[in-house]
Each structure stands twice: as structure tokens, then as C-alpha cells.
Ligand binder design. Structure first.
Ligand code: NI
Length: 172
């Protein structure tokens, strides 16, 4: 159980396409535990392995923690097998793009397949925040950030804000 630093944009590693996991073994379970610790430490609700610099197709999410119960869930090699035409808009943020929040449109409902922490194949139908978070985290596995879904103008404004915040942190 180790808290690992979270990469922030424009770190080029965040653009990497992550590779699939061959086998969910103890090494992957250790990675999952480190990711969960790092996510809780940073007050996040989801984290992809690449955000701590590990280019593997592993996601950890916990949408229940606000109620005081920690219930981290791991999604290994997640894949969307169906997505609705209907779209939902949520204001998204990301631990790798701190202090930026923007509305993003995504399919409102999805069906996905993944391996759980025991390596068992699971299918999941999701809507609402769960559907949005899963798609946001799965984007990370392709090297895509939520700000890649917004207009170029908004994105460059967001990146300037981020750079400024980083500079303040370094000097302050
Ligand atoms: Ni993110």
C-alpha cells in the first residue's frame, strides 16, 4: 500500500496508450491497492494506472466514499461493448488536470466488460455518474483527457490556468 504521485498535464506520459493486462495476479492487485490509496489521498473518485505512470489498462473507482464508506472497485481491461445514442452532460474534473472543471457530453448509458480484481470477467450496465466516470477513466487508457473533448479555445484557456497554478505552487 503506497501512495504514489499523480502525473498532471501536460506530462507526455498521460498521452500514452496503455497495454492490456495478461493476468490479474498479485502484482496487479498491488497496483490496484496503490491506485486506491493514491486516489483517496488526492480526494478523487477515479484513477487510471497511467495517472501514476503505469501504462496498464487498470482503473480504480469509488463513487460511494462520500457517504463515508470506502468501497474501491477495480476494472481491468475494461471495454465498452454498447453505448446509447442518448447523450448526458456532466461537469468533469480530473486529478491530472487539477482545478479545471468543464462540461463534457458523453453517451448517457453504456454496457462494458472488464476483469475484476480476481480476474473474473464481469459485465456492467451503467448510467448517470457511473457511466460518465467509466468513460472518463477509459479515455485515460487511450491517452485522452477530458479537456480533449472541449473546444480548442476552452482547452487552451484551461491549460494556461493549469500552468499558472503550477508556477504558483513551485514558487509559493
Ligand atoms: Ni481523469
Amino acid at each position: 500500500m503506497t501512495i504514489r504521485p499523480i502525473l498532471t498535464a501536460p506530462d507526455p506520459r498521460l498521452k500514452a496508450v496503455s497495454t492490456g493486462v495478461d493476468k490479474v495476479d498479485d502484482e496487479i492487485r498491488r497496483l490496484i491497492d496503490d491506485m486506491a490509496d493514491s486516489m483517496y489521498e488526492a480526494d478523487g473518485i477515479g484513477l487510471a494506472a497511467i495517472q501514476i505512470g503505469v501504462p496498464k489498462r487498470v482503473i480504480v473507482m469509488d463513487l460511494d466514499q462520500k457517504s463515508g464508506n470506502r468501497n474501491p472497485r477495480a476494472y481491468v481491461n475494461p471495454k465498452i461493448v454498447w453505448a446509447s445514442d442518448e447523450v448526458a452532460t456532466f461537469e468533469e474534473g480530473c486529478l491530472s488536470v487539477p482545478e479545471i472543471w468543464e462540461d463534457v457530453d458523453r453517451p448517457a448509458r453504456i454496457k462494458c466488460e472488464y476483469l475484476d480484481r480476481d480476474g473474473k470477467l464481469q459485465t456492467l450496465e451503467a448510467d448517470g455518474l457511473l457511466a460518465t466516470c467509466l468513460q472518463h477513466e477509459m479515455d485515460h487508457l487511450e491517452g485522452v483527457l477530458f479537456i480533449d473533448h472541449i473546444s480548442k479555445l476552452k482547452r487552451s484557456m484551461a491549460m494556461r490556468k493549469l500552468q499558472k497554478a503550477k508556477r504558483l505552487k513551485e514558487t509559493g
